[in-house]
Write a protein that binds this ligand. Structure first.
Ligand code: HEC
Ligand code: HEC
Ligand code: HEC
Length: 280
């Protein structure tokens, strides 16, 4: 092949943004088991997360005091930063190789001497180690330890079935939405109207489940509150009035406002967690 063509192909390959090519495998590492100790329910608090927030604050303080050439500030926060940083492998011994303890020592020593240049250099090394560990582990740690599980969650219904699981209820919802859509398309208005009534009822059951995780009523109101009720009412009216095009539009709107919006916050992380912990 001619060299210019090769170069062109190389350029196209290197300059194409977007996700990896289909079929290419990407790997993320599972965080070590001892990380679980620093999260609920094993711990009373989300200790790992609080340690991380502290580290970011201390990094910022050191950075700002170096810029101000404030030796007292650098000394105080440099000491604290080194101390918190050393906690990482104490908390999770498997991560000993992920941290730069030598640079934490050097940062502290330079901070005590008021050597701003030395502090800045060590600071950058620590920052690189933050980024490297986050690239490898952060998404899975969040999915594993901070995403709730939905698959075993129970929803109370007034029907003979009594309690049903989330996936069971979701299947009902999706069948009803599609039944409405099919019936609208085929002009079977009574079927569409009936399915819509049932959908409203099932969403009512679902709404009773939000309180298992959310303490206040705001999230429920946002997805299932007044605007959603009015939207479903309008949809019912358009079905009754045989305004089929309008009904199709309103159904699509409702699916976005109710189903997609709720899935956006809950489902992706929930799916990821389930994938990571298939045996539980
Ligand atoms: C050895 C691994 C490791 C190192 C090193 C590390 N972190 Fe983290 N960090 C994590 C993991 C894992 C999470 C994800 C925690 C979660 O989401 O529950 C995290 C999350 C965070 C978060 C929370 C992110 C957010 O916005 O929700 C902050 C802030 C943070 N780290 C700061 C730092 C800073 C600053 C450093 C370096 C001084 C650092 N971390 C070094 C593993 C590490
Ligand atoms: C709490 C907010 C919430 C609302 C509102 C919601 N869903 Fe879901 N949905 C979820 C969650 C969480 C899951 C993941 C359940 C699981 O698999 O553990 C899910 C999963 C699903 C699934 C996959 C079920 C399976 O077998 O894995 C379907 C289909 C679905 N939802 C349809 C709908 C439709 C249609 C609507 C709207 C009429 C809707 N959902 C409204 C939260 C919601
Ligand atoms: C198993 C636990 C669980 C259940 C059940 C649950 N959620 Fe959530 N929800 C979460 C978590 C975790 C978040 C992430 C943000 C947070 O912590 O508030 C969230 C976030 C949200 C948000 C975005 C943030 C906010 O507070 O406005 C909305 C809206 C929401 N949920 C609505 C609902 C609705 C509506 C239901 C019931 C139909 C529901 N959720 C049921 C766990 C749950």
């Amino acid at each position: 092949m001619h060299q210019p063509i090769l170069l062109l192909i190389l350029f196209l390959l290197l300059s194409t943004p977007g996700p990896a090519p289909a079929g290419e495998e990407r790997t993320l590492k599972m965080p070590p088991a001892s990380l679980a100790k620093w999260y609920k329910p094993v711990n009373k608090r989300q200790v790992w997360l609080h340690t991380m927030f502290r580290l970011r604050r201390q990094m910022q303080a050191v950075e700002e005091y170096v810029l101000l050439k404030d030796a007292a500030g650098v000394k105080k926060w440099g000491r604290r930063l080194a101390e918190s940083y050393r906690r990482i492998p104490e908390m999770v011994p498997e991560w000993r190789d992920e941290v730069e303890l030598g640079w934490a020592d050097r940062l502290e020593a330079a901070a005590l001497k008021g050597n701003f240049k030395g502090v800045a250099r060590a600071w950058k090394k620590l920052e690189n180690s933050c980024d490297a560990c986050h690239d490898d582990f952060r998404p899975l740690a969040a999915a594993l330890y901070r995403a709730p599980e939905y698959s075993k969650l129970k929803v109370m219904t007034e029907e003979a079935a009594g309690e049903i699981t989330y996936p069971e209820l979701m299947n009902r919802l999706t069948r009803l939405v599609n039944r409405i859509k099919i019936a609208i398309e085929d002009g079977r208005l009574p079927v569409a109207g009936q399915a819509l009534k049932r959908l409203g009822k099932q969403l009512g059951y679902l709404g009773e489940s939000c309180g298992q995780c959310h303490r206040d009523n705001i999230p429920r109101e946002r997805i299932l509150g007044g605007p959603t009720r009015r939207l479903l009412k309008k949809l019912g009216a358009s079905i009754r009035n045989n305004e089929l095009k309008e009904a199709g539009k309103l159904l699509g709107k409702a699916a976005v406002a109710v189903c997609a919006r709720c899935h956006g916050v809950h489902r992706t992380l929930g799916d990821l967690k389930e994938f990571l912990t298939p045996l539980r």
